[in-house]
Design a protein around this ligand. Structure first.
Ligand code: SF4
Length: 244
């Protein structure tokens, strides 16, 4: 009979972090935690990675940081991309929207990791999707015979708000420059993600100017305007409080 491995996938956003903390608190079976590092996470995420890694070491729970074999920068700006019209581009440029190439890389990296490390075992993967994110919730279904995803936050009835409050109560935060990222962003995902809405863009410009500068560098390097309109457009419109 194959062994069963219990693995939690954690992005270190509020939901998956709350899930991991509660799995530990409730003494659920937990063999390993995996974190896929895009290389473009906020400092606050890396701070929390470091903090949790010490707790896991103490509890003797394996912690693995997975990465694409190429850096985000290489994929974004340098990789040879053969287009349908026969031309060659360098880099996939921005990630987000329908072109979530780093998400695809995350999924294939995790799949490869499981194959290389647990090919003969049954994996039960805890996924941190909150109970009020119904559009993201997959049914409790077997993807393959040896790979099952389960959703503890749904089971516990924890909404996104519950997860954030739970993390705060346990002494966790996402502070940068004295501001908690969850007070100014809807999602704490890659700082360069083009899925950010106008409120988030404005807050990045106002509260996290160093990341805004990095977005401008990114834009210059890939030569494609940020969110089609470009950083200059958003600066002019949003900093003057005009509607875009
Ligand atoms: S958060 Fe955005 S930029 Fe990062 S991997 Fe996901 S879609 Fe891509």
């Amino acid at each position: 009979m194959a062994d069963v491995k219990y693995i939690a996938s954690c992005s270190f956003g509020k939901d998956s972090l709350a899930m991991v903390l509660r799995l530990i608190e409730k003494d659920y079976p937990l063999d390993e935690i995996i974190f896929f590092d895009t290389g473009m996470e906020f400092h606050a995420i890396y701070n929390n990675v470091e903090k949790l890694s010490k707790i896991l070491l103490d509890k003797k729970i394996k912690f693995s940081i997975l990465k694409d074999k190429y850096s985000f920068e290489f994929n974004a700006f340098q990789r040879e991309v053969h287009k349908k019209d026969g031309t060659i581009a360098y880099g996939y440029d921005w990630c987000g929207g329908i072109r979530r190439w780093a998400t695809a890389s995350k999924l294939s990296t995790i799949k490869r990791y499981y194959k290389e490390n647990y090919d003969n075992e049954i994996i039960i993967e805890y996924v941190g999707i909150a109970s009020d994110e119904s559009d993201r919730i997959e049914k409790y279904r077997i993807k393959r015979m040896n790979y099952i995803k389960i959703y503890p936050l749904v089971e516990w009835g924890m909404t996104e708000n519950d997860c954030l409050n739970y993390c705060y109560k346990q002494g966790w935060n996402w502070k940068e420059n004295g501001t908690d990222l969850y007070q100014i962003l809807d999602r704490v995902s890659c700082w360069c993600c083009v899925n950010k809405n106008q409120k988030e863009i404005k807050n990045i410009m106002m509260y996290l100017p160093e990341y805004w500068e990095r977005i401008k560098v990114y834009e210059r390097r890939c030569g494609v305007p940020y969110k089609k309109k470009g950083t200059e457009y958003f600066e002019k419109k949003l900093l003057n409080n005009k509607k875009c």
